[in-house]
Design a protein around this ligand. Structure first.
Ligand SMILES: C[S@@+](CC[C@H](N)C(=O)[O-])C[C@H]1O[C@@H](n2cnc3c(N)ncnc32)[C@H](O)[C@@H]1O
Length: 360
């Protein structure tokens, strides 16, 4: 279907105008992202949530303590955000329009466990957008190991995070927030964890997922392995412990290893090393052991356009930050078999992620 509804010219001019709309839309995609970040920083969703009913622009200006002179600007921000599905407008006959929350803006409510504000703030942090200005330079550098982030800033993103506790906190909080959504999926995939006595969550961050698994399976002995600076200061309990270490060096023995949102940070060579160490870690359990991977599986033929776009966006985020990658089914299969495993099973979960059970 054509983007340009008003057809008055030649086919050539329709095509040109449709092309222009398409191109401009992609040029200005960042405006939608930044307006969302503004809404998050202003706390618009929190204000509407606390109010208990839809709010007009003047009520929002007053609740958020904004300058009354910015009411018109706020209305324009809300118009775009409403168009993009973050709010809905309700209006009674003769009354001022009021804005209500939608499921996506409910994910911006600070007091809810499903709040994703840290993901919005982390993903739209200037350090991640600034690097894109160096992409031409990066493409002309002949260094396979160099990520775009390193090319732009002179150091790896891991070093940047690990040398600045504030930044490390932002990104670990974003990971922890994303993991809360996993609570719902855990109900659907309980069988994956049933029958296990021990599990190591490799690259498990501050333990967001391990805590959810521990709550659902209190008898299961969960260990979170992450970099020492990430787990230092976290308190271990009887069945939930934190270990500082290096997954490229060794992984504690257990019945199962969980790798959630970890392998996409790494290229195939590094991922192979991690998977081989996982295989070693579960070897004591014989054929009963397993590795549980939670990551994206790109499926352009099976997924709808919007879902594929998100997965492909993520692929470039991983490429530019870490030289990592999102993988198609055949790429996962190659990695799994190259690491010496004999079979695997993919189950889609979590909206855009999949759970891959991998067997020795
Ligand atoms: C993208 S985060 C995923 C965190 C967590 N699994 C989740 O889903 O919320 C990747 C994690 O890998 C950890 N990591 C990076 N290098 C590591 C290493 N050599 N050994 C152990 N963990 C590492 C990072 O500190 C980070 O917590």
């Amino acid at each position: 279907m054509s983007l340009n509804n008003e057809r008055n010219g030649s086919e050539e001019s329709y095509e040109l105008h449709d092309a222009q709309i398409h191109l401009y839309k992609h040029v200005y995609n960042f405006v939608s992202s930044m307006a969302l970040k503004s809404a998050m920083e202003l706390g618009i969703a929190d204000a509407i949530h606390s109010n208990g009913k839809p709010m007009t622009i003047s009520e929002l200006v007053s609740a958020l303590k904004l300058q009354p002179s910015k009411a018109v600007a706020l209305h324009r921000f809300m118009r775009l955000l409403t168009h993009n599905g973050f709010f809905t407008k309700t209006s009674e006959e003769g009354e001022e329009e009021a804005y209500a929350l939608t499921p996506p803006s409910k994910l911006l409510i600070r007091t809810k466990p499903t709040c994703l504000n840290t993901v919005v703030g982390g993903a739209l942090h200037p350090c991640l957008s600034d690097m894109w200005h160096a992409s031409k330079k990066w493409f002309t550098e002949d260094d396979k190991e160099l990520s775009l982030y390193e090319c732009a800033s002179g150091g790896s993103f891991w070093d940047f995070m690990n040398n600045d506790l504030q930044v490390l906190k932002i990104f670990q909080s974003a990971m922890a927030a994303d993991s809360q959504i996993f609570k719902l999926s855990l109900k659907e995939c309980r069988n994956v964890f049933e029958g296990l006595d021990s599990l190591v969550d490799v690259g498990g961050g501050t333990g967001g997922v391990a805590r959810l698994i521990h709550e659902a399976f209190p008898h299961l002995k969960c260990t979170v392995l992450d970099q020492p600076q990430v787990v230092s200061g976290l308190t271990s309990t009887e069945n939930l412990s934190f270990v500082g270490g290096d997954m490229f060096h060794s992984i504690p023995s257990s019945d199962a290893v969980l790798l959630k949102w970890v392998l996409h940070d790494w290229d195939d060579e590094h991922s192979l090393k991690i998977l081989k160490n996982c295989k070693e870690a579960i070897s004591g359990k014989g054929k009963e052991g397993k590795v549980i991977i939670i990551d994206i599986v790109i499926d352009e033929a099976g997924d709808d356009r919007e879902l594929t776009e998100l997965k492909l966006d993520y692929d470039l985020v991983m490429l530019t930050m870490f030289n990592g990658k999102e993988r198609e089914k055949k790429e996962w299969e190659k990695l799994i078999y190259d690491a010496g495993f004999s079979s695997y099973k993919i189950t889609p979960i979590c909206g855009f992620k999949s759970l891959i059970e991998v067997y020795p």
